[in-house]
Design a protein around this ligand. Sequence first.
Ligand SMILES: C[S@@+](CC[C@H](N)C(=O)[O-])C[C@H]1O[C@@H](n2cnc3c(N)ncnc32)[C@H](O)[C@@H]1O
Ligand SMILES: [Zn+2]
Length: 324
Amino acid sequence: MGDAPPVCDYEGSDYRDRFWGGDCRVYEDCTERIALRRLLPPRGRRVAHLGAGFGRMTSELQGYDQVVVLDYSRTMLRDAQARLGRDGRYVYVAADIYHLPLADGSCDAAVMERVIHHIADVCAALRRIRAVLAPSAPFVLEYASKRHGEAVLRYLLRRQTWNPFDREPVSFGPLYFNFHPDYMTQCLRECGFETRRCLAVSYFRLNLLKRLLPLGVLVTLDRLMQPTGRIALYSPSVYTLNVAVGETPPAALDGPLFKCPQCGALLETAEDEVTCPNGDGRWACRDGLYDFKENLGPKKTRRRRRTQEQMRSLVQASANEATL
Ligand SMILES: C[S@@+](CC[C@H](N)C(=O)[O-])C[C@H]1O[C@@H](n2cnc3c(N)ncnc32)[C@H](O)[C@@H]1O
Ligand SMILES: [Zn+2]
């Protein structure tokens, strides 16, 4: 599949309990839900929740007929299944965003929060997401901003070397980036999205404030502050509403969901696997989880089996001849 950028692997991670366990991030969770509700149309046909993790925010997508819950980590997806259930409305998919196995134009909305900070090649990922969207489909993208109040203050006080006003992403370690709002808007534009709205989210995520003020007060203040993102973005988290524009595949909302991550052909679906008609491979569906992380190899056709049997009898025949 070519030289793909590395993926931040959450396989076996305790992210859910370590990061969201207890009540220390209830404020962030509440404010993100408010932002998502403000931006995403409440109803639709098929929404892709990309990098959905354990499905923390997936419950916000209940107005859609079908929800594709996609993540690179199988363990996260098993957690999501346990949380959301096995109702046929949810399609669980283990796959890499750089190689999305979803058919062009197959979704009329997409959501991706707290994921792009792990993406080394932002444009490669955004182009793949753009391709699966029907014309004019909304894409709600959250990103971690490098130009937030605390970073600006630290920089001005010379307590931080990197410049929050510089447009290039800042990296805090392997596969962990924060982005300048202008950089992200430009990437989105280059990849076929028009940014329509920006919400400034989580201004009050400081531990001291969380200790001093009741949760309800912080959430209300955040709710009031979010729309200021239209004029000034200095929050650590930014929620954006983007619309698919430009050259666009036709909507394929009623067609097959999966395409081959290698050749792009629509996959043939059998009971427990999907198969590339051009012989690129097969991918299993185990306990309700489509697994594109492991290619099971080309389909074994009957013809091929016959050929193997013929080979075996030929070998046997020549062995018999040799012993005569
Ligand atoms: C910080 S977690 C966020 C999970 C969820 N969006 C949330 O907010 O609770 C990042 C998630 O992105 C997923 N991820 C990172 N890179 C990915 C990629 N290239 N393709 C698919 N998923 C990816 C990880 O497996 C992980 O579940
Ligand atoms: Zn193929």
